[in-house]
Design a protein around this ligand. Structure first.
Ligand code: 3PG
Length: 389
């Protein structure tokens, strides 16, 4: 039993992502120091489809396996002589630490969603706001690398080649979600986005030929049914908004599949992988943003937004861009500290936080049947998490 805890090889839960990774404590601390107080954690290897996106070095796997095996024997010996008591203080500290990560992650995500929607209400140009989010994250990371707050990754052509399809999918998923939020309530976009596990299972089943236990398929019924109920009862339904969220779900599933295929054996930390992803996505998105919207529309829209909102509109744009990068980065940091199952539950809880807070802040009209659909969909993702485990 202790052996399995120590080994910390875990399998997926949420339909988001598929990745295999091992991070060094040093990398973890570097990441932590960028935004949050550093929190020590043991090294661990994680296999997950719950969120991001990379494999950072698997070269010492067999050595680790031998070491873990030695640890297991030692613990088993300890088991025979004396039961190992959980350290109450350590447990409590761990819970507090996870609580801090979750609270930070959710709060950053809620703030991003609020400012993103405020900006989109006044300035309905989602292609530009998506581009600015990626530009801001890229700039923050370039500054971090040049000032040595974070260590720059060593990459080669193969790395960028493997990253390209991931970045294409990331770009599509990001811009589609933003287009969705420009057309419908934030809560509606996130209700539909809670259906991502269904996309993951269906793509894995029909395109990759993977099969799952029956309970996993059954768990899709409340997810799909709940999303459908929420969609048909949505008062401000808009087809572009609905399709944007659906395309985002599909794109993020492919992003995860490509990242799993492309990143095996590479040794770039999660933070730097996400930074490179942002930069490549920025390069991909910029010409499309110019083609779809373009400087003339942006200039006219900007003038209108400034005249309606005032100079603080600039701060709204800055806030949505900065918080987009921060919440993504903290979600990566959270993954370093918690199991994928905990992460998946946290991600679902994050959607609840966003749905509830956006309904309150934007006074979104919600019918009881609509709320029931959302509740069923979110509950379905919890059931899916359990079934996948
Ligand atoms: C985006 O703009 O990329 C999406 O809003 C991401 O949403 P998620 O991180 O909650 O899936």
């Amino acid at each position: 039993m202790i052996c399995s805890v120590k080994q910390s090889v875990t399998t997926t839960i949420n339909g988001s992502d598929l990745f295999l990774r091992k991070r060094s404590p040093a990398a973890s601390i570097r990441r932590s120091s960028l935004l949050l107080p550093a929190l020590h954690k043991p090294e661990r290897l994680t296999l997950s489809i719950s969120k991001p996106l990379h494999v950072s070095s698997v070269e010492n796997l067999s050595l680790r396996a031998r070491r873990d095996s030695i640890k297991c024997e030692a613990y088993e010996a300890a088991d025979r002589s004396k039961p190992v008591e959980p350290d109450g203080k350590a447990e409590a500290a761990k819970k507090v630490k996870i609580g801090v990560y979750f609270a930070t992650w959710w709060a950053l995500n809620v703030v991003f969603n609020i400012y993103n929607k405020k900006v989109l209400n006044a300035f309905p140009y989602p292609w530009l706001t998506s581009t600015l989010s990626l530009a801001c994250g890229s700039l923050m990371m370039l500054v971090s690398w040049t000032t040595r707050i974070a260590e720059a990754p060593k990459t080669d052509f193969d790395f960028w080649k493997a990253l390209f399809p991931v970045a294409v999918a990331h770009t599509i998923g990001h811009v589609a979600a933003t287009v969705s939020m420009s057309k419908v309530a934030v809560s509606f976009t996130h209700i539909i986005k809670s259906g991502e596990p269904a996309f993951s299972v269906l793509v894995s089943r029909f395109l990759l030929g993977e099969s799952f236990p029956v309970p996993v398929y059954l768990s899709l019924l409340p997810i799909i049914g709940g999303c459908a109920l929420a969609a048909v009862t949505e008062l401000n339904f808009n087809m572009i908004g609905f399709m944007g969220a659906m395309i985002s779900n599909l794109a993020f599933v492919f992003r995860n599949i490509f990242s799993k295929k492309g990143m095996k054996g590479k040794s770039v930390s999660g933070m730097n992988y996400y930074a490179c992803l942002s930069m490549l996505s920025l390069l991909i998105l910029t010409p499309f943003a110019i083609a779809v919207e373009g400087p003339q529309m942006w200039a006219a829209g900007w003038q209108t937004a400034i005249s309606q909102i005032g100079p603080q509109f600039v701060w709204w744009v800055a806030a949505q861009s900065v918080f987009y990068h921060l919440y993504n980065q903290v979600s990566y940091m959270s993954l370093d500290e918690i199991s994928p199952l905990t992460f998946s539950i946290g991600n679902t809880m994050k959607r609840i936080s966003v749905i509830v807070s956006s309904i309150i802040i934007f006074h979104t009209p919600v019918q009881p049947i609509n709320a029931l659909g959302a509740a069923i969909a979110v509950a379905g993702t919890f059931i899916y998490s359990q079934a996948k485990q």
